[in-house]
Design a protein around this ligand. Sequence first.
Ligand code: IFM
Length: 448
Amino acid sequence: MTSLVKRFPANFVWGVATAAYQIEGAVTEDGRGASIWDIFSHTPGKILHGDTGDIACDHYHRMPEDIHLMSQLGIAHYRFSISWPRVFPMGYGQKNSRGLDFYDQLIDQLLQENIEPLVTLYHWDLPQGLQDKGGWMNRDTAFYFRDYAEAVFDKLGDRVHAWITHNEPWVTTVAGHVQGRHAPGLKQAHVARKVAHHLLLSHGLAVEAYRGMGKGRIGITLNLHPVYPASSQEEDLRAQRLHDAFHNTWFLDPVFKGTYPQELDEILPPDDKFIVEGDLNLIRQPLDFLGVNYYAPHRVRWNTEEISHTSLVILPEEPITAMGWPVDAKGLTDLLTRIHHDYGPIPIVITENGAAYDDVVQDGQVHDTSRQHYLEMHWNALAASLDQGVPVEGYYLWSFLDNFEWALGYSKRFGIVYVDYPTQQRIVKDSGLAYSRFLRDFQEYHHR
Ligand code: IFM
């Protein structure tokens, strides 16, 4: 490991990530309103085994111990998200100061333990009160998001100096409004472009508000994939082009260039009725960093039965995680060099990377060697990206704790800390111990 730590600059940021609905529980406490995920997870048939986020990791009540464990592992940076319906129970109107108090205490706790916060404003838990008004299909939601962001900046901005507006707006758009496998559970491809645009508009409005209020750094997190064709046949090359537009440039282009990719018109009927003059300028405001969530590459073949006209191909020899996602660390280097080439110069932060495996507890330990390998390969791939001149500044491992994996409930474990849900006991997995050793080596090498 010592040879690996040398390949990162001394100011490289190493952390862990979580999200509110996936860990907090306490869904009716201290004035929190319902989110679309409360409604969706309580709708029969939507979540595997009928799981919900009602209790999750009970982090809302166990926050000080969880943060202390983080600090014991030598983790000095933490990315978490704020639950909008804790702050505005309806999404708009009356603010709930008790909801903000939880985050106020969380930040104080982090700072006491010498952990630097990176705060995501939206990780999918839209207040149901806004969904009742049309959710992200309604332009007003973007402006309510700005109001919410301002309230959060105002309360926490004295101690939080790094912000993310949205986590993976592609997932909100497609999984939530086209495929229906995420809240709000709609299957309406014709609204996808509008939803994406309103999400991006809300990002722009929040960035603009922050520039007037705060002096820290702000960015957006996108889930991105390098896209490879399954063969060199003409139609698979076309699949590669369209898939890239659907998964990557649909969000990268407006954020960095103020345009939508033309290839999108080959997938979703052209529609710009919802774009108001000035929107794209708001959306492409300069950012301080781009957050990248990377898990796996996409190898694609032409398939007109799919909305993207493409389907994913897994090679028989490829190792896969419990999610069925191929393990390919070189994909991370390919992705980062491409982003740097096409959209740079923009500092990049890996805001999520990690893997689900079917962990078992043996004599009070979890020997998750597959996850450990996955992580080490990706840290090497990150070092290779730095060698190639990509300005990567940080890495947040997904996830600190096992948690509610959305439609798959608690069946998939991404944590470096195992959560025994019936007792809420935490067990640091071998991967967590390995990350801790890696972080100590890094500290020793760079700051001795
Ligand atoms: O758990 C999710 C997270 O909420 C967003 N990015 C991907 C993770 C694993 O699926």
